[in-house]
Write a protein that binds this ligand. Structure first.
Ligand SMILES: [Zn+2]
Length: 483
């Protein structure tokens, strides 16, 4: 018997990089990917054009007053939903067969550090290799193109998973080029989203972010927004302790005031550790408001929940990262009972592994029911609302998306119920929350553009995206000396 050689971590990673290089030339390629530059991350092709579509004979979940409609049609024109119902006349529209499909609003994601998608499953098993030291060490070694690669990979996974809106919480802006790189990836993907401008990993706790850069982006936002698909926000460090120490009051105040002066929304992590009372502090210092989203809040007092509700704040919950890193259990039902808009989030695939919003929905339901010893506490349809219309409300975009209704933008997905893990057709909300997976997402439409069709991304060569991302993280690790 041959002696088996143990493969070192370095050799394995080298092998992965080599596979990546093979992938670059060996992949058959899809329409847009082939047109791209062969080396590096050159300019992408144009996203698909908006056509006139009619989805025929589907099970349509409007997540709106119209409720569910069996054997119904959805008519889309110029990126807008123009009609929903049975037997819609649309002679010039391209027909999409919806038989066996559930059509529902695209899933809304509310907080995701997309740049670090390159760090997938890299949070280690020892303290020095935990999420925060890993993100800090590797984040510092990033170049602008690595931001592009991470964000592009995350966008591709989002679309694959049926997510049509992302909140890109960008906390590694080391120079203006870093923000530009993220924005380029978001624009090229065709996804809808908010880009929240944040401090770099390791940014001095006594210094503000580059406020002039944020103001410049805001001034020129028309050129970044992809015809209004993207909005700008602040990824605020807040008053809590960061990886590099507590942010000084002068710095966090200036960052906050800059965002308020621009009129852009603000998002902050808070109360994810036992004993934290950051939300109470935010309330006392008048940092809460309708424009503020609070992330995690797993350790929250009744008084703090009242403060969030009274000030009109929204909350973002990311059950997989909260569970994985030991942040505790999200008290979803308590927020909902207080009337606080709740959205669901990926946070970081360095901890969650993937961006499966179906699994996130399932986890939110199971945690809440288990936490309260109540099988009926959080019904599947309520959970589905959190991933659609309620999530949209939490991001202030429910006037445009989050439900299917004439006049709203055409962000929708089709889930194939004929897959083996979804047969047989029973209660659709339960099927989506408990049984569905990203692979069941047949079609994804954002603003009337089809970005996934018959289970494949239309505007992205996924082989190229993964191979270039692999090459990028290999180089980042090398620069960081992180093996
Ligand atoms: Zn986060």
């Amino acid at each position: 018997m041959k002696t088996q050689k143990t493969i070192t971590r370095r050799e394995f990673l080298g092998g992965v990089a080599a596979l990546g290089a093979w992938g670059l030339t060996g992949h058959a390629g899809l329409a847009w990917g082939q047109a791209r530059a062969k080396k590096g991350s050159g300019p992408a092709g144009k996203p698909p054009t908006r056509s006139e579509f009619v989805v025929r004979n589907a099970y349509v979940m409007t997540m709106d007053a119209q409720g569910d409609l069996a054997d119904a049609d959805v008519h889309v024109k110029n990126g807008e939903i123009v009609a929903i119902g049975r037997g819609i006349a649309a002679p010039r529209a391209e027909a999409i067969d919806g038989r066996g499909m559930i059509v529902l609003p695209g899933l809304i994601e509310t907080h995701w550090h997309m740049w670090n998608a390159l760090l997938r499953s890299m949070s280690g098993d020892k303290r020095e290799h935990g999420y925060f030291p890993t993100a800090l060490a590797l984040g510092k070694a990033y170049l602008p193109d690595d931001m592009y690669q991470g964000t592009r990979l995350a966008c591709a996974e989002a679309i694959h998973s049926g997510i049509t809106f992302v909140h890109d919480w960008c906390h590694n802006i080391r120079s203006p080029e870093f923000a530009q790189a993220n924005l380029r990836a978001l624009r090229e993907s065709g996804i809808r989203g908010r880009f929240s401008y944040g401090a770099a990993q390791g940014h001095p706790a006594t210094e503000t972010i580059d406020i002039a850069d944020l103001e410049g982006l805001h001034r020129d936002w028309r050129s970044h927004s992809n015809e209004g698909l993207l909005a700008l926000g602040l990824a605020w460090r807040g008053v809590s302790t960061g990886a590099t120490g507590s942010v000084s009051a002068a710095a966090y105040q200036k960052d906050f005031d800059a965002a308020r002066a621009l009129g852009i929304p603000i998002s902050v992590h808070a109360n994810n550790r036992k004993g934290s009372d950051a939300i109470a502090l935010l309330a006392r210092e008048k940092f809460l408001g309708k424009d503020v989203q609070v992330i995690h809040a797993t350790w929250v007092s009744p008084g703090e929940i009242r403060a969030l509700a009274d000030n009109g704040c929204a909350v973002s919950l990311s059950p997989y990262t909260e569970l994985r890193i030991g942040c505790g259990f999200p008290p979803t039902g308590d927020f909902l009972a207080a009337g606080i808009p709740v959205g669901l989030s990926v946070d970081t695939t360095a901890l969650s592994g993937n961006a499966d919003m179906f699994a996130i929905m399932k986890a939110i339901q199971n945690i809440e029911n288990s936490r309260t010893n109540n099988e009926f506490k959080l019904p599947a349809r309520r959970v589905l609302e959190l991933a659609t219309i309620e999530g949209a409300r939490s991001m202030g975009i429910d006037d445009r998306v989050g439900s299917l209704k004439p006049g709203k933008r055409a962000d929708l997905i089709m889930v194939n119920t004929r897959e083996v893990n979804l047969g047989v057709f029973s209660e659709p909300a339960h099927m989506l929350v408990e049984a569905a997976q990203p692979a069941n997402v047949d079609t994804v439409m954002v603003d009337g553009r089809i970005l996934k069709r018959r289970g494949r991304l239309t505007a992205v060569d996924t082989g190229q995206v993964v191979s270039e991302a692999s090459a990028a993280i290999t180089a980042v690790r090398k620069r960081a000396g992180w093996w």
